[in-house]
Design a protein around this ligand. Structure first.
Ligand code: SAM
Length: 330
């Protein structure tokens, strides 16, 4: 990856998520350059301005939203209810719009698109089923396919058909630097390449097997491998990962899925041939953390293991977190 130079924001790691989200909302992240960790700091590439300027402005929550409020043609009292947060995936905007705006949604979509410079706007509902398909409604623009740039990686996807979880940015950045040189990795729930791509682009694994059941996601996964030039490293496989027959023993297995992930642990151990590292994603209620995760692992690994690190990566529901455990199996 050529290390282009440009302005950066340096923040303590524990503030990283907050600043990243703010910079992303304001479209200030320079996705062409790589986010780096240096000691306790996260070095985040930004598009323009100096560090203080950006940090100061990123504290100022009101600017783009104020513009939206002033341009939207609705009763003043309702303006408070307009969504103040949004998600940008490439040049597409996702918002959660209360039903009270139903009669005005196309107009509201247009204003958000104009103020934030987006080609399309979608109302975001839930994510359903094992294939993690989003429920969305297009309220402005025509296209729902985009290329999202993050940490030097290009992620192409159709946001009407697939999810892109911006809240997992820290984990994607972390995973970019995790694999050791020459490793064989299996990404059991590859999606469009959320973890496969940063690992393949920024580390030097020997090979990554990326398994994906959803055919639409699988199509984009293959496109993204080409877009990012990692065809030499990544091999893809379409189907239920429990039916994947390994041709090489894995050193590391990534399990980026949140629904009864424990059911897939025996397959992960099989892929490792009983020895290696698992990055285990699950949901855990605050009151049961980390005990529940330890139990899920103990009941399903069937081997000795050690949790080397366990982290909450984002809120999933009130008092419930998306959690990742790094597990050494031996
Ligand atoms: C939730 S997505 C990955 C999200 C990603 N970790 C992120 O950071 O946004 C999980 C993917 O696993 C796929 N999947 C679910 N069950 C599977 C299975 N049994 N075998 C292979 N892929 C599966 C889904 O289709 C989906 O694309």
């Amino acid at each position: 990856m050529p290390s282009k130079k440009g302005p950066v924001v340096k923040v303590e790691k524990d503030k990283g998520q907050q600043v990243l989200e703010r910079l992303k909302e304001e479209d200030r992240l320079d996705g062409d350059r790589m986010i780096e960790q240096r000691g306790s700091k996260l070095i985040i590439p930004v598009k323009e301005g100096d560090e203080e300027d950006i940090l100061e402005k990123s504290e100022d929550k009101s600017t783009p939203f104020q513009k939206i409020q002033s341009k939207v043609d609705i009763a003043e009292v309702l303006k408070e209810k307009l969504p103040e947060r949004w998600e940008r995936v490439g040049d597409i905007l996702l918002i959660k719009l209360p039903e009270v705006f139903d009669g005005k949604k196309n107009h509201i979509g247009k204003v958000y698109a104009e103020v934030l410079g987006m080609k399309s706007v979608l109302i975001q509902g839930g994510i359903t089923g094992t294939k993690r398909e989003p429920e969305v409604e297009l309220i402005y623009g025509e296209e729902t396919e985009t290329v999202h740039l993050e940490n030097g990686i290009k992620y192409k996807l159709d946001v009407a058909e697939l999810m892109f979880s911006s809240g997992n940015i820290d984990e994607r950045v972390l995973m970019a630097g995790v694999p050791g040189e020459g490793e064989t990795i299996v990404d059991m729930f590859a999606g469009i390449g959320y973890f496969t791509l940063p690992m393949a682009v920024h580390s030097k694994p020997e090979n990554i097997y990326s398994l994906e059941i959803n055919e639409v996601a699988y199509g984009y996964l293959n496109e993204n491998i080409e877009l990012n030039g990692v065809q030499e490293t990544v091999e893809t496989w379409n189907g239920d990962n429990r039916e994947f027959a390994k041709s090489r023993i894995a050193d590391r297995v990534v399990m980026g899925y949140l629904h009864d992930t424990w059911k897939f642990l025996p397959k992960a151990v099989e892929l490792l041939d009983g020895e290696g590292v698992i990055h285990y994603h699950t949901r855990a209620a605050d009151v049961n953390f980390p005990g529940q995760v330890e139990r899920e692992l103990a009941e399903n690994i069937g081997k000795d293991f050690e949790i080397t690190e366990i982290r909450k990566i984002k809120s999933y529901a009130p008092h419930v977190f998306h959690v990742v455990a790094d597990v050494d199996v031996f």
